[in-house]
Design a protein around this ligand. Structure first.
Ligand code: SF4
Length: 148
């Protein structure tokens, strides 16, 4: 996988865009839907689940802040086909910066995906930010982070 930053994506979110994505995630936290994520990281096992989070550009740039903060200089494929951001300890290495999909529990063990009607306004804000940043829609996590 290429290094986290690329020529085709902005290198960083502007303060305004950073504030917007943080607010989107904060607003999501206020949605009181019953879920029980226990950090099993089952949803991070892409090869096993056959599912991968889809990231808009704003989510990707925010996740890359977490990648840089973790000290990684490049992302390598996980040897077992899991998310490349899953640490050796079995936990997300960018938890505070994880994408929207990872926050809406696409993991069945945690209760399953939030019904779209409960988060559609937040998805639309992510899409609006994506467009503002020159993105062209959601991409699978690895592609979104590599900017391809
Ligand atoms: S970004 Fe973190 S929470 Fe999301 S799939 Fe990867 S390791 Fe799991």
């Amino acid at each position: 996988m290429p290094k986290p930053s690329s020529k085709s994506t902005p290198k960083a979110l502007s303060p305004e865009d950073l504030a917007e994505i943080r607010q989107i995630y904060a607003d999501l936290e206020k949605r009181a839907l019953p879920r029980d994520c226990t950090g099993l990281a089952g949803c991070c096992q892409f090869r096993l689940t056959g599912r991968t989070p889809q990231l808009t550009r704003g989510e990707a740039l925010y996740a890359l802040i977490g990648v840089r903060a973790s000290g990684r200089r490049e992302l390598k494929p996980h040897p077992e086909g899991a998310c490349p951001l899953l640490g050796r300890d079995g936990r997300c290495t960018i938890y505070q910066h994880r994408p929207f999909g990872c926050r809406t529990h696409f993991c069945q063990a945690a209760g399953g995906m939030y019904p779209r009607r409960h988060v559609v306004d937040l998805i639309q804000r992510l899409e609006a930010l994506d467009e503002k940043l020159g993105g062209d829609g959601s991409r699978p996590l690895e592609k979104a982070l590599s900017g391809t």
